[in-house]
Design a protein around this ligand. Structure first.
Ligand SMILES: [Zn+2]
Length: 425
């Protein structure tokens, strides 16, 4: 009996101990042990997820806060104005910025987003955000030519820029908005902004920004084809489905938990569940294997946005509307480099080709089929960009600019870039 009590059966005792209770005491021990075993299993799950993420993600590079103080503590007002002007320009080029300035750009984006009204249910202080941005930066592999923190910051800026164009961040005018001068385009832009603001609330904007910054966190520098062909543990874990995107989402939430980016009530709250669902859906939408399905669905959304844009409209906004619009914004941001002014687009193309070449070399070394034969001559690069713009970028940006007319300039820029690449070819 004493042995049973020591193993935890004491919880089930009633006083005084009857002889019948003593006979069944061992059953209570079994129940108790089984319960603990389940608890242990779930805590081992969390450890396992962390182990997998740590296996692929670079170790956290601790930055002394004194070496990188918060922006509002040290930066002169004029530096902040200078960097915000960069963020509000489509010519934004992370490679032309110092690493510190790039971090500060990321910080400015989140300062602007966190200053939106209606975000009081999301309790994220500037201090926490500052620490989290440093953690995200060190979780991107600096050795990747393309999928590094520069790409993350670039996607974040494109999302920020798009949200400004959509009127979701008031008092921020982008360089292209300055040209919305004709009465017709002004009218179109205003009514679409009305609809877009109905669909995306400040908390969606916050989730979209977090997803943009963390959408490729820990990227190993090879694509899903490689992960699946090499039968990596991640591919097995996610059954070959959106392997990297699932991993990025897992890593991002682990980082958030590890670095204290919590919501003010708890992780079980409906606010957190909605945030998590928005971020995960946004990151999964960046899997290019689902690209054409999204393009088709965004096309089909045009008429509905028009309906929603009528001030007298009684059509209710649904979660599906929100999810699709968020997917449209992050998908464009993810491949926006092809639609930047040509000089910027060219730098991104060079870095992407370098990463593809590294993957090809790895595949050859491992005796695997080469998924992307790389020819780094200028003519071959031009051809790859023409194909990319024609087959993937243009259909997406054309569909999205029907829903977000303020992005029409990206379609024009893609056409101009394609012509320039054709001249090189
Ligand atoms: Zn990406």
């Amino acid at each position: 009996m004493t042995h049973c009590l020591n193993l935890g059966a004491a919880d089930y005792l009633v006083k005084p101990i009857g002889s019948e209770v003593v006979k069944t005491l061992w059953l209570n021990v079994l129940r108790r042990l089984r319960k603990d075993e389940r608890l242990q299993t779930f805590s081992r799950d969390a450890t396992l997820a962390e182990m997998i993420v740590n296996y692929y993600t670079p170790p956290f590079r601790r930055v002394d806060p004194l070496d990188f103080p918060r922006l509002d503590e040290i930066a002169a007002q004029e530096r902040r104005v200078h960097l915000r002007a960069k963020l509000l320009s489509w010519s934004f080029s992370p490679h032309a910025l110092s690493e510190d300035d790039l971090l500060r750009c990321v910080e400015i984006v989140f300062m602007d987003v966190l200053s939106l009204d209606d975000l009081e249910m999301i309790h994220v202080s500037q201090d926490l955000m500052h620490h989290f941005i440093l953690a995200i930066r060190s979780s991107y592999h600096a050795t990747n030519p393309y999928h590094d923190f520069y790409h993350a910051a670039d996607v974040l800026q494109a999302t920020y820029y798009t949200c400004c164009c959509m009127g979701l961040l008031p008092d921020r005018t982008t360089d292209y908005q300055q040209f919305e001068s004709t009465a017709e385009s002004l009218g179109d832009a205003q009514s679409s902004r009305y609809a877009l603001r109905r669909i995306l609330r400040p908390k969606d904007v916050f989730a979209l920004m977090i997803a943009s910054l963390g959408h490729d966190v820990g990227h190993p520098g090879v694509n899903n084809y490689y992960m699946i062909n090499a039968r990596t543990p991640l591919a097995e874990l996610y059954n070959d489905q959106s392997v990297l995107e699932n991993y990025h989402a897992t890593s991002l939430f682990l980082l958030m938990r590890k670095h204290g980016l919590h919501f003010h009530d708890n992780d079980q709250s409906s606010v957190f569940k909605e945030f998590r669902s928005t971020v995960v859906n946004a990151i999964l939408a960046t899997d290019m294997s689902t690209h054409f399905d999204y393009v088709r669905r965004i096309h089909a959304q045009t008429e509905r946005i028009r309906e929603l844009s009528q001030p007298s409209s009684t059509v209710e906004v649904t979660d599906a509307d929100r999810r699709l619009l968020i997917a449209a914004v992050i998908k464009c941001a993810d491949i926006c480099n092809a639609s930047r002014p040509f000089a910027v687009a060219k730098v991104w193309c060079r870095e992407l080709m370098r990463e593809f070449a590294m993957q090809s070399a790895l595949e050859k070394k491992m005796g695997m089929p080469v998924s992307m034969p790389v020819d780094d001559t200028p003519v071959a690069q031009a051809k790859s960009q023409i194909d990319f713009i024609s087959a993937l970028a243009m259909p997406l940006f054309a569909a999205v600019s029907q829903v977000i007319p303020q992005l029409q300039f990206t379609v024009d820029q893609l056409s101009a870039n394609k012509s320039t690449w054709e001249d090189i070819r």
